[in-house]
Design a binder for this molecule. Structure first.
Ligand code: SF4
Length: 251
């Protein structure tokens, strides 16, 4: 084990020990028996305090800050040559819901922010009635962090180059549920050839995290008549899983 790894392990143990001391202090102050604190996962805190050295080829151990920087400096695929800004993703940490789409569009490329264009604004109209927002409990991201020219579909090599960032991002966001919007995100993360029409309507798992699939808001905007109702059905599943109140219904 390297020196930094030993220090990280010792720090995690110290943090757990600190909880034990807190239990003891509470017992002394209150004079009552205190239920011992459970063993906690301090990995995020340890990442923040003692991050592993940045290795450009290994996002697996990166903290969120390191990952953002790795993406900003990334030249793994040709999209780095045409982007204005990388679009890492944004939202609350940890999040109840992680929404993953395809790739940044023109507005996102210009601002460096995820889902700020027309499709993003439409996505907000799906989330807001459920009490979900990027400010409080949702994280928004894409499979690809740089805009493909003319918004073309990302190539296979671009997706495979960017996936390690997304995989690490999911671990750091720690969502209760992942909602994959559109075929590109669904195929990439679920490693399947099936389309959204076939995939939606049931739960999958990604590294243990439940996953639902629905259509991309940009696609729904182009075909409201056909896709609006299925999306609403999918959003009802999201709401039920997260125990959220649907508009017009009291719990
Ligand atoms: S799309 Fe992903 S892999 Fe390609 S340059 Fe941007 S950050 Fe790097």
């Amino acid at each position: 084990m390297s020196n930094i790894e030993e220090k990280r392990e010792a720090l995690a143990q110290d943090l757990q020990q600190f909880l034990y001391y807190c239990d003891q202090a509470e017992e002394m102050i209150t004079g009552k028996e205190v239920t011992p604190s459970p063993v906690m996962d301090f990995s995020s805190l340890v990442d923040e305090i003692l991050p592993l050295p940045l290795d450009k080829d290994a996002p697996e151990g990166a903290s969120m800050k390191q990952l953002v920087r790795m993406v900003q400096e990334c030249t793994r695929c040709p999209l780095c040559e045409t982007r204005t800004h990388t679009v890492f993703g944004e939202g609350a940490l940890p999040s109840r819901l992680l929404v993953i789409g395809e790739s940044p569009g023109a507005d996102e490329d210009a601002t460096g922010r995820a889902f700020v264009g027309k499709a993003g604004q439409y996505l907000d109209t799906w989330l807001t009635p459920l009490g979900l927002s990027r400010e409080t409990n949702v994280y928004l991201s894409n499979i690809i962090k740089c805009r493909p020219p003319e918004n073309r579909t990302p190539h296979v090599n671009e997706i495979s180059s960017c996936l390690p960032f997304v995989r690490r991002q999911i671990r750091l966001v720690k969502p209760e549920l992942i909602l994959l919007i559109g075929g590109v995100a669904s195929k990439a993360l679920l490693d399947t050839d099936k389309g959204v029409g076939e995939l939606r309507g049931r739960f999958y798992r990604y590294e243990g995290v439940p996953v639902l699939v629905t259509y991309h808001p940009a696609g729904v905007l182009r075909n409201m008549e056909e896709l609006k109702r299925p999306v609403w059905e999918d959003l009802k599943k999201v709401a039920a899983f997260l125990n959220l109140t649907l508009p017009g219904r009291s719990r």
